[in-house]
Design a protein around this ligand. Structure first.
Ligand SMILES: *[C@@H]1O[C@H](CO)[C@@H](O)[C@H](O)[C@H]1NC(C)=O
Length: 269
């Protein structure tokens, strides 16, 4: 049974490919955040929470399998009802590319604790009621191999509908910003994040040339040597004072520290 499932997962990954968007992201090293090229991050989803009869965007997330979305543990509130919107670009318009899915199952990392954010494990997996149609506006991101760590300065991109600047408005269009990776040795210096950043996290940005985009649960997208995009991080926390304060990079859950847990959950549920 497990083997059949594993083979099925492999086949699905093979058929659709991962991390290879039909629309190439605009990766020309801009300094601040900007509108993303529509559907160039086709694995980016909008996680929406139900308030009354309406749904509101609350977090980002990443499609990592036909029915699996990766997001942050802190995005999930007990008892709340959520849905996932895929193929979204401009939230203010019906563009005809959106696909809405209900969530069948939510699995928050068992070690995640909102009272101990600095302990890490800020991850959750969402199982969709059914697979979206994979096409030019919806596709899966690649997962890194266990323990793989992008080098210091690696030019990764954060994406999301988060604030454009500190306390700024939420943009309608998906934003992206270049956030170079900051190695753990630097990020954990006492004048940086110190002991608040663990080796199961990855830091990116934190200087004047970085934007303030993206939002919780969304991906840190890094181009692999094979030319595919990998979700190396899940946005976890930022400085509470301002976005991308100097020496206070955005902190992500490091996906490659949780590959066992991810494949375990995706096989089990
Ligand atoms: C992708 O599939 C969805 C759902 O069938 C559809 O609405 C959309 O037009 C398709 N094509 C693109 C480019 O999004």
């Amino acid at each position: 049974m497990m083997l059949t499932l594993a083979l099925l997962l492999l086949q699905v990954a093979y058929v659709f490919g991962c991390g290879a968007p039909a629309v190439k992201p605009d990766a020309n090293r801009v300094v601040n955040g900007e509108d993303a090229r529509p559907h160039s991050w086709p694995w980016q989803i909008s996680l929406q929470v139900k308030h009354g009869s309406r749904f509101h965007h609350t977090c980002g997330g990443t499609l990592i399998g036909p029915r699996w979305v990766l997001t942050a543990g802190h995005c999930i509130g007990p008892g709340d009802v959520y849905r996932v919107v895929l193929g979204e670009h401009d939230m203010s318009q019906q563009e005809g590319t959106e696909q809405i899915r209900d969530i069948l199952r939510i699995i928050v990392h068992p070690m995640w604790d909102i009272d101990f954010v600095a302990d890490g494990n800020d991850l959750a997996l969402l199982k969709l009621d059914k697979s979206p149609v994979m096409n030019d506006s919806v596709g899966v991101a690649c997962l890194p191999e266990a323990g793989e760590i992008p080098v210091h300065g690696a030019p990764c991109y954060i994406s999301g509908w988060g604030n454009l600047y500190t306390h700024g408005p939420m943009p309608d269009k998906l934003q992206q910003a270049l956030l170079p990776v900051v190695e753990h040795g630097v990020c954990s210096r006492s004048d940086w994040w110190g002991i608040n950043v663990k080796s199961t996290m990855i830091c990116a940005g934190g200087d004047a040339v970085s934007g303030c985009n993206g939002d919780s649960g969304g991906p840190l997208n890094c181009l692999g040597r094979d030319g595919r995009w990998y979700v190396q991080g899940v946005t976890s926390f930022v400085s509470s004072r301002v976005c991308n304060e100097v020496k206070k990079p955005t902190v992500f859950t490091r996906t490659s520290a949780f590959t066992d847990w991810l494949s375990d959950v995706m096989l089990r549920y």
